[in-house]
Design a protein around this ligand. Structure first.
Ligand code: MN
Length: 329
């Protein structure tokens, strides 16, 4: 395990950026960034990167030190689900919490580029320390992975989300987005969501998260793979049954609500009843509807294999300039 992430030496440029711009140094037209990133770093410093060095999966008894686990979510640092996940995973490893400062539900895999990010140290409800970032779940993973803590991670757990992330939901989900970000950086991850209830009880999702974390640390995940885990609000059996599932099909019932603001100008909100789904056996939606825990392996390779086959029969190929001119005459 590399506890001393290799130092990235910000090049020793000593010419102030303003002077350098005046001297005609190359500046990227779109971003205004200097081509030579060492000039950017001279304003501050690049934090030494520590990412992408998770340890090899093996039985937990064979690990020479406790796994390092990053816990994040999309409901925000104050979520009880986040605290429940952190507390559940302390049984498995050393847990670091870095989560969005505010609720970021349904931001998906978005990342903040056009403004700076502020990180704040926070005291969680159990008295322990966590950190919030005023950005998305992906930002939280990015800040942690790119060296904020000066350590690398063996696993990222995202949740416990208030509300299911089933089927097509994962395309909106910030909970899953954070896990995707981890996986893109070469670190195994899972997303954990609990079916919505008026009086959420995070004991079942907590126990499930611990089981999932142990499994991933012991067996590993392949490149671009993650687990999307959903627990029912009320399990149909004790212990709750676990079903390994595939992504189901959501049926959204969104409606556009128009209201008037105090100045008489209309504004719009997505509203309507919560989504349902196609209750097909083998799917995550079917399992959770039946009071079971659904564990769905998903992957970042979104290539549509059947469509790739089919479009081979379509007409492809462009005309050269002579052919285009001939066609235009
Ligand atoms: Mn959420």
């Amino acid at each position: 395990m590399n506890d001393d992430p290799q130092e990235q030496t910000p090049g020793g440029g000593s010419v102030p950026p303003a002077e350098r711009a005046a001297s005609g140094a190359p500046v990227d037209a779109l971003t205004g960034a200097y081509d030579d990133h060492s000039e950017l770093a001279s304003h501050g410093r690049y934090i030494p990167t520590a990412r992408a060095t998770p340890r090899q999966a093996k039985p937990l008894s064979e690990w020479d030190s406790r796994p390092r686990i990053l816990v994040t979510n999309d409901d925000g640092i104050e979520s009880r689900g986040l605290l429940a996940l952190k507390q559940a995973l302390q049984a498995v490893g050393d847990v670091y919490v870095m989560a969005p400062a505010t609720n970021q539900s349904a931001v998906g895999h978005s990342m903040t580029f056009m403004r700076p990010l502020r990180v704040r140290e926070r005291t969680l409800d159990d008295g322990s320390t966590g950190w919030s970032v005023d950005g998305s779940p992906t930002d939280a993973v990015g800040v942690a992975f790119l060296g904020y803590f000066g350590v690398s991670f063996d696993l990222v757990a995202s949740g416990i989300n208030y509300g299911s992330n089933l089927g097509d939901d994962i395309t909106y989900s910030g909970t899953v987005g954070a896990a995707m970000e981890a996986v893109l950086s070469g670190c195994p991850a899972f997303a954990m969501s609990a079916e919505w209830s008026n009086d959420p009880d995070f004991s079942l999702p907590g126990r499930v998260a611990e089981m999932v974390a142990r499994n991933i640390l012991e067996h590993g995940l392949g490149e671009g793979e993650l687990l999307n885990v959903n627990t029912p609000a009320e399990a149909a059996a004790d212990p709750a049954e676990i079903e390994l599932t595939r992504m189901g099909k959501r049926v959204y019932q969104d409606k556009l609500l128009e209201r008037l603001d105090p100045r008489g100008v209309p504004y719009y909100w997505f509203g309507g009843p919560p989504p349902t789904g196609v209750s097909e056996p083998g799917t995550d939606f079917h399992a959770v509807s039946a009071g079971k825990v659904a564990i769905t392996p998903i992957q970042l390779d979104l290539t549509a294999g059947r469509l790739l086959e089919r479009i081979h029969d379509w007409t492809w190929g462009l005309q050269n300039e002579d052919e285009r001119e001939a066609a235009a005459e």
